[in-house]
Write a protein that binds this ligand. Structure first.
Ligand SMILES: Nc1ncnc2c1ncn2[C@@H]1O[C@H](COP(=O)(O)OP(=O)(O)O)[C@@H](O)[C@H]1O
Ligand SMILES: [Mg+2]
Length: 219
């Protein structure tokens, strides 16, 4: 079934008390579930803002955003229910243990098998023996593996990842990246990621560079 995000002629800016920060003008992107895409570019270019708009978390100042899930047009709220998010700072719930963090998105959807499914995912990401450990008892790489599993546990149509390896050393980054791409393939999710890392960007099918308000296909 068709799952598509379409951005048509998107422009965005922020107004501060002293000035207007222009981020980009007239950007158009289409991405489908099953595809992988990277957005690269310098700090402050507007990558995170573009990702938020593509996820329906933010509205662009101008332009149109369309979400299609299983062939039907949906609004930003329904889009969110079909999305998973991965952040640079992991953003696990500090008071929940590893399995509790993994089960949370399923519990929020009323899934009675939440802990059983979470246990399977924990094993998938190689952290079965860490089920009862809280985030502060885990390394950065382990926390991000949990965060990746948490993003995929509801089998979302799209995953949005903002600098998912930005806080990890090179070797740990490669492991987390491999996990993320394996999960996306297995679940069939679209993967849209923002990254500074070339090693991560080259894994995607399509790499776009956002710079000075323009989006170009990166080599
Ligand atoms: N809510 C906001 N209000 C005002 N300015 C913002 C806001 N969010 C981001 N910005 C500014 O917009 C620019 C782009 O931010 P961002 O999308 O985070 O870029 P990137 O992720 O490429 O570093 C930056 O100059 C940032 O300071
Ligand atoms: Mg950013």
């Amino acid at each position: 079934m068709k799952n598509t995000i379409t951005l048509n002629n998107i422009s965005h800016h922020f107004d501060t008390t002293s000035e207007r920060i222009e981020l980009f003008k007239d950007l158009s992107i289409e991405v489908h579930s099953g595809e992988t895409m990277a957005i690269v570019g310098p700090s402050g270019a507007g990558k995170s803002s573009l990702l938020s708009i593509a996820a329906g978390l933010e509205k662009p100042a101008a332009g149109k955003v369309h979400f299609v899930i299983e062939g039907e047009r949906v609004d930003a709220l329904d889009m969110r229910a079909n999305s998973g998010f991965i952040f640079q700072q992991f953003h696990l719930m500090p008071e929940l243990d590893a399995i509790g963090n993994l089960a949370l998105p399923l519990r929020l959807k009323g899934n009675r098998a939440a802990f059983d499914i979470a246990a399977e995912w924990l094993e998938n990401v190689g952290l079965k023996d860490r089920a009862r450990h809280k985030p502060h008892q885990l390394s950065g790489g382990e926390q991000q593996r949990i965060a990746v599993a948490r993003a995929f546990v509801t089998k979302p149509k799209f995953i949005f990842a903002d600098e998912p390896t930005g806080n990890l050393d090179a070797r740990t980054s490669d492991g987390v990246a491999a996990l993320m791409f394996d999960c996306a393939k297995e679940v069939g999710s679209g993967l849209i990621l923002v990254t500074h890392s070339n090693r991560l960007a080259v894994r995607t099918q399509k790499c776009l560079r956002l710079e000075r308000g323009q989006l170009e296909i990166a080599a």
